[in-house]
Design a protein. Structure first.
Length: 274
């Protein structure tokens, strides 16, 4: 059964438990009403009550006692149904956890496979670069930070952060400041990834929808597998639930939030790593 089907089943069962609980409450109120009525009748009996009246009152009391027994039986039946539904909910929740664990494992496996491919690609680039004669290559730059971001976040956070970092003396790979007319986008990104100490990843909902940001992230994960911290997550207008759904590994990393700092304050936080 799919996760969505199990979740739908759980919601349906929980709704049924709520309905039965309201029904149980109504039956309980009925029993209380019958008991109060019996007490009221008993209090009304005095030395002036005639035999005929006594018989009538007793019949009313007997009738209410029968209703009480019936109400208690109904409450017992409802409690049995509620317990049964709760057991079904517990079973469904266990199934849901198993399916979620399978999905999580599959996501990790896929992500690790992509990271391994990217790591091998970066190693190939490094080997290829080292074997080319110095006369045929230009001097590569060393960057302190590589900024990976979606174009939708450029104006709000990416560019102000890049500017603040540069103002503080950091060497930054940022597409607008680094790329020139005629440059190969793929090669420039690969060079930036391979020659940057850290990758600032601005995580937002648009970020997870882009092709190039996914490629950049995979490259940074590949570098991080070498045993050193490389990825510096920065959450921008996104919740932990969304990050966890998109990338469990990123959700587990300590991250800064753009809502908590100005661009200059964020730059200062990152500069301290140098």
């Amino acid at each position: 059964m799919s996760i969505s089907s199990i979740e739908s089943k759980i919601r349906s069962l929980q709704s049924e438990v709520e309905r039965l609980s309201r029904e149980l409450e109504r039956e309980g109120n009925k029993e209380v009403g019958y008991l109060k009525n019996i007490q009221r009748i008993e209090k009304s009996v005095n030395k002036n009550t005639s035999i005929t009246q006594m018989k009538s009152k007793q019949r009313s009391i007997d009738s209410d006692n029968e209703k009480i027994l019936k109400s208690r039986k109904n409450q017992t039946d409802i409690n049995v149904k509620i317990n049964k539904k709760r057991m079904e909910i517990s079973k469904a929740q266990s199934e849901l956890q198993k399916e979620q664990a399978k999905l999580y494992d599959a996501s990790l496996k896929k992500q690790n496979s992509i990271i391994e491919e990217q790591r091998q690609l970066i190693n190939e680039i490094k080997v290829s670069t080292s074997t080319i004669g110095n006369a045929n290559i230009s001097e590569e730059k060393e960057y302190d930070f590589f900024i990976s971001h979606a174009s939708e976040d450029k104006e709000a956070i990416a560019e102000p952060l890049a500017t603040s970092l540069i103002d503080k003396g950091a060497k930054v790979w940022y597409d607008k400041f680094t790329l020139r007319v005629g440059d190969s986008l793929r090669k420039s990104i690969d060079d930036g990834l391979a020659n940057s100490r850290y990758g600032i990843v601005i995580l937002s909902e648009p970020y997870f929808k882009k092709f190039w940001t996914g490629e950049e992230l995979n490259g940074l994960f590949a570098k991080q597998e070498d045993g050193r911290k490389v990825i510096l997550p920065l959450w921008h207008n996104i919740s932990k639930d969304v990050v966890k759904k998109k990338s469990p590994m990123l959700a587990d990393m300590l991250a800064l939030k753009s809502a908590d700092f100005t661009a200059e304050e964020l730059a200062e936080e990152f500069i301290q790593l140098l």
